[in-house]
Design a protein around this ligand. Structure first.
Ligand code: FE2
Ligand code: FE2
Length: 285
């Protein structure tokens, strides 16, 4: 199997996370983060501040009154939501920069929004504390593909052709690159200092069910929710994945998530509604 060093050598340098997001992750990693510090870091960037406030005031969050400052946003939406909006906007910058006639990057971003709202809805029933992390994981899960658009587009087009010829996405990626987009994504999550659960979730998002031995319970829950959300977003036609093939979701995964067949129609309707709202909010970006 290709080592992490070989992946980096194949791609040249890995891209870095935008400054504000890198600072947020570094402060969290060193345990120095607080609501006050988060507000201060974001407020130094006036354009990011304005974009966060625009999203915070969108129908997706449904706040009854206008949120006029980052401090207020942290108070009413919570630290995690505001932090994750800042990180999501940073990840979005890679999608915005990735242009290709062969790969629908906007569709892939919309797919990521679909996976984010699906993962959030799936985990909210059993562990609402993980809802915001699940959302961010959805935003991040296909980042490997997006980085390949900017760093190895011609090869990515070869992958697309091999998939059309009948190879699975994983087989095609390994044949062309020697690694999958989920491995590259996990490496980026690690390099960018996201907490460990993000690298695990990204790495395992096509494994249904994922091998959760050795993972802590929260990471296992997030990883399962992400894998299901990725397929659910495709089933509900939320955005456009570069790999439209849908993998079946084992019933074991539904039961881990505490979701019975009878609750699926209502949950799907809720996810569709969330998706329309979040799409409108992010379309202004
Ligand atoms: Fe993927
Ligand atoms: Fe995906």
């Amino acid at each position: 199997m290709t080592s992490e060093k070989e992946i980096i050598a194949r791609l040249g340098d890995l891209p870095s996370l935008p400054t504000v997001a890198a600072r947020i992750n570094a402060e969290i990693e060193s345990d120095a983060m607080s609501a006050k510090l988060l507000g201060a870091i974001i407020s130094e960037d006036s354009s990011l501040t304005a974009r966060i406030l625009r999203l915070a005031n969108s129908a997706f969050y449904g706040m009854p009154r206008q949120i006029a400052s980052i401090e207020r946003a942290v108070m009413v939406l919570g630290f995690d939501t505001v932090k994750n909006l800042a990180l999501s906007l940073s990840i979005f910058s890679f999608f915005k920069a990735g242009k290709s006639p062969a790969i629908d990057v906007t569709g892939l971003w919309n797919h990521s929004l679909g996976v984010a709202v699906s993962a959030r809805a799936l985990i909210r029933r059993t562990n609402p504390k993980l809802a915001e992390q699940a959302f961010l994981l959805g935003i991040l899960h296909d980042i490997g593909k997006v980085v390949l658009v900017s760093q190895a587009l011609a090869d990515l087009e070869r992958v697309a052709r091999l998939i059309q010829e009948g190879l699975s996405q994983g087989e095609a990626e390994v044949q062309v690159f020697g690694f999958t987009h989920q491995r590259l994504g996990a490496l980026l999550a690690k390099e960018w200092k996201f907490p460990d659960c993000f690298a695990s979730g990204v790495k395992l998002h096509h494994d249904l069910p994922p091998e959760t031995n050795g993972l802590d319970e929260q990471t296992a829950q997030l990883t399962r929710a992400l894998g299901v959300a990725n397929q659910l977003a495709k089933a509900l036609l939320l955005g456009v994945s570069t790999n439209p093939v849908r993998a079946p979701i084992p019933s074991l995964l539904w039961s881990y998530l505490g979701i019975g067949r009878e609750s699926l129609p209502a949950m799907s309707a809720e996810i569709r509604d969330d998706y329309q709202k979040i799409l409108r909010a992010w379309n202004m970006e």
